[in-house]
Design a protein around this ligand. Structure first.
Ligand code: MZP
Length: 511
């Protein structure tokens, strides 16, 4: 007969943290959120760490180039998806590694004979208030001028007029020359009191833009995740089918971390893959394994010394229907607690610490905090990042509200059969394990993360912890009853603000 586990499969919303002593020298601004991603041997520093405990999911609708750059700039790491040809994944990794911080390629461009009405539409759609005017309307065309929302009044000027009549012409545009350093470019912005500086090559073609807001953003976010050569860090997803071809290309392109993307990592295929990478690329390369949901799965993946970190989670993802379709998976809290306990035992026995990643199903900031308290060293999220400006999907207006498409890797749309196939048997998606959906647009990644991390630090202070390791060590959790969930909300009061429009900090209430 099958074994039936004693406890029910539980999720994060069933737990609360009990506050502990906050000392006078503690405050959220001294809390350190750095977390290892590589296995840590006793007395050795980790080979790779993130500055904030957050990574983005290995998904087409999440981890593209822009998001990877934006997340690394905040101190986290993105895992560029592998459900694409090797060449295009490598190209994305290369773009992040060669990204010159501060120099961005212009995504909204126009021509002189475009109407102001079309410019208003473009500005509304993109949120960009500065638009380069090029000869052919492309991002690399000859620059003829710049039009901004200060060059015309939407309700006063004739919107049938052409851009050419309102723009600042090239002769009067303060610009930099290709090759200029970021420091010099920022000085020009400062000296001329400009918001945006176009950079031109010798022939007058636009190469990039430098924005004052990026300079301010950089000063405000000093946690950028950089490699030894001061390049942004990026991770890359891999699968158990073509790693022999994919991994050498990704390593060559500079990927800092390799992460198996599999709904079920408790397989001999994954172990073979880890072994092959170690044998061919040595001890330095950082390898993530998973996903698993049990102590047994953990034991298996650490039975050989290849894996660095392990992802925990099956069936909890916001777009995931695996549990419904196949009857496998586990409540995310139960899975994490089981694996974390085993990880801690393994650490005391061997002195080897394996960081854990809680992957999927995080519905709000509170659940991130609970996952970190329960033993996760960092979390992986899809929906959270799909909702930001920087995710790779287009914005879509539905009933006046802006949304972005977000789909699972187990959908026919993603065609990621490698993530779900058990070995080499089926090379196509026989049925779907994910859904194709929309999520509300919440703003820029930097804005949303700032609120989330502020809350994480603030809760850690309540627990008296200055580091994530102290937090895990000191956390005391209690299960909550349905009645106490009701008590936790507001009771018997009339709140005007509850009827407000969706706000950036509400990502958890959006679903
Ligand atoms: P979430 O942050 O949107 O809740 O979940 C993201 C996670 O769901 C991913 O990191 C991955 O582990 C998982 N995922 C991705 N696609 C599917 C699917 O199609 C899925 N079923 O479960």
């Amino acid at each position: 007969m099958a074994t039936i586990l004693a406890d029910t499969s539980r999720t994060f919303s069933e737990y609360l943290l009990i506050p502990r002593l906050t000392r006078k020298n503690q405050s959220s601004d001294v809390v350190d959120l750095r977390s290892p991603l590589s296995a840590v041997e006793s007395d050795q520093p980790p080979r790779f760490s993130v500055n904030i405990p957050v990574v983005s999911a290995c998904m087409q609708s999440v981890s593209g180039t822009d998001l990877s750059v934006a997340l690394a700039r905040q101190g986290g790491l993105s895992m560029v998806f592998c459900s694409q040809p090797i060449e295009s994944q490598v190209e994305m990794v290369r773009q992040v590694k060669t990204h010159k911080a501060g120099f961005v390629s212009s995504t909204s461009n126009t021509t002189t004979d475009t109407s102001l009405r079309d410019i208003v539409r473009l500005m509304d759609e993109t949120g960009h208030s500065t638009v380069p005017v090029t000869q052919d309307g492309s991002a690399a065309g000859k620059l003829l001028g710049i039009i901004t929302d200060r060059d015309f009044w939407e309700f006063e000027d004739d919107l049938d007029k052409r851009v050419g009549e309102h723009m600042t012409c090239i002769e009067d545009v303060i610009h930099g020359v290709d090759g200029i350093s970021l420091r010099e470019a920022n000085k020009l912005l400062h000296r001329h009191k400009k918001e945006c500086l176009p950079i031109l090559d010798k022939a007058g073609n636009l190469t990039s833009l430098v924005f004052k807001k990026d300079y301010v953003d950089h000063r405000r976010h000093p946690l950028e995740l950089l490699d030894d050569s001061k390049r942004l860090c990026v991770g890359a997803a891999i699968n158990t089918h073509d790693y022999r071809e994919r991994v050498p290309e990704l390593v060559n392109a500079g990927a800092d971390v390799l992460c198996f993307d599999s709904s079920d990592g408790f397989t001999e295929y994954q172990m073979e893959g880890i072994r092959w990478i170690r044998d061919n690329f040595g001890p330095e390369v950082v390898i993530g394994g998973g996903n698993i949901v049990s102590a047994e799965g953990f034991d298996f993946l650490v039975s050989e010394p290849g894996v660095d970190f392990i992802k925990v989670g099956m069936g909890g993802g916001s777009i995931c229907i695996t549990r419904e379709q196949k009857g496998v998976g586990r409540g995310q809290a139960s899975a994490l607690l089981d694996v974390a306990q085993k990880r801690d035992e393994f650490y005391s026995e061997t002195g080897r610490y394996i960081p854990l990643c809680s992957d999927g199903g995080l519905a709000n900031d509170t659940q991130i905090v609970i996952a970190l308290a329960m033993g996760a060293d960092f979390v992986m999220m899809g929906r959270y990042f799909a909702m930001t400006e920087e995710s790779p999907t287009p914005k879509t207006s539905i009933n006046g509200q802006m949304y972005k498409p977000y789909w699972g890797e187990g959908t026919h749309r993603a065609q990621n059969w490698q993530r779900y196939s058990d070995g080499m048997s089926s090379r196509k998606m026989m049925f779907e394990e994910g859904v194709d959906a929309y999520v509300p647009l919440v703003g820029s990644l930097a804005e949303v993360l700032e609120t989330t991390l502020f809350k994480v630090r603030s809760t850690m202070t309540n627990i008296g912890a200055n580091s994530l390791a102290d937090f895990r060590e000191g956390a005391i959790l209690t299960r909550v009853s349905e009645q106490s969930v009701i008590e936790a909300g507001t009771t018997n009061v009339f709140q005007f603000s509850r009827n407000r429009e969706f706000e950036e900090s509400d990502w958890g209430n959006a679903g």
